[in-house]
Design a protein around this ligand. Structure first.
Ligand code: IPE
Ligand code: IPE
Ligand code: MG
Length: 249
């Protein structure tokens, strides 16, 4: 058993962990291999981290798999990523069900290639009864676009008289985001040494703890996740208050 895992306080686990899985391309480049080789090896890390999270009792794991900006990569890479997604969802379906994990996705999903969209929806449907953990894939995701689409939908409701503008509060906005119904992530991890958000969950990470590691995503293993959780648990979340006001038991 992992020594790091034993140090985790199970009473103080984040409910929701979000990860910007970065560094697949550089991982492959260091091995003189094509970028796609890095993406393929990134799937191993997805499996490891999903299983480890479910075992610990994490309720939501959101993985940034493809941003709206990623369409600007060479077509060969974009196509390979879309195929890999189809392949992975099909291949991992049994493991997801064996582990009682429910697949979910956020982002502008209807704009995904049909095959990717259909496979994803089938995977979501096939795992919809599972209730141990939600594995939430951010696909064709852009936080700014998510907020824009939410604003448009809210404006439509005001225009048609279903909603009054005074009634718009935080919860109305949250209900119109693709993360509706999920708690905000307490912990956001980014691998590969980059320290930026890259248009990921902007609204939802308003008070998240940020954890950056130099490890490339394909090398990210269970112990790396445990390390990130331990780091999170060592922090004092003050939410604007002063230290003395925080009750630590
Ligand atoms: C993350 O790895 C995966 C996706 C964005 C799909 P990258 O492909 O961004 O890898 P680097 O950052 O180029 O090393
Ligand atoms: C962010 O990684 C998107 C995903 C992990 C899917 P990128 O590699 O696309 O981000 P930038 O371009 O370095 O900011
Ligand atoms: Mg990158």
């Amino acid at each position: 058993m992992s020594l790091l895992k034993d140090q985790i306080n199970l009473e103080k686990l984040p409910k929701h962990i979000a990860i910007i899985m970065d560094g697949n391309g550089r991982w492959a480049k260091h091995r003189n291999m094509p970028r796609v080789f890095g993406h393929k090896n990134g799937v191993t890390a997805v499996r490891e981290v999903s299983e480890a999270s479910a075992e610990l009792g994490i309720e939501y794991l959101t993985l940034y798999a493809f941003s709206t900006e990623n369409w600007n990569r060479p077509a060969l890479e974009v196509n390979a990523l879309m195929s890999l997604l189809v392949e992975t969802v099909k291949k991992e379906l049994k493991t997801l069900n064996d582990n009682n994990i429910r697949l979910h996705a956020i982002g502008n999903l209807s704009k995904l290639p049909k095959k990717t969209y259909d496979t994803l929806m089938a995977g979501i449907e096939d795992t919809s009864q599972n209730d141990r953990m939600v594995l939430n894939l951010a696909l064709n995701y852009s936080a700014k676009e998510e907020m824009l689409l939410a604003t448009q939908r809210i404006a439509e409701k005001v225009k048609s008289g279903v909603l009054s503008s005074d009634a718009i509060d935080y919860s109305i906005i949250e209900d119109h985001l693709t993360t509706s119904g999920m708690p905000d992530p307490e912990l956001l991890i980014r691998t590969s040494g980059e320290q930026r958000i890259s248009n990921f969950l902007l609204w939802q990470i308003a008070y998240s703890e940020l954890y950056f590691t130099d490890t490339f995503w394909p090398d990210f293993k269970r112990d790396d996740l445990y390390q990130a959780i331990l780091d999170y648990q060592s922090r004092e979340r003050r939410f604007g208050k002063i230290s003395e006001q925080i009750t630590t038991i």
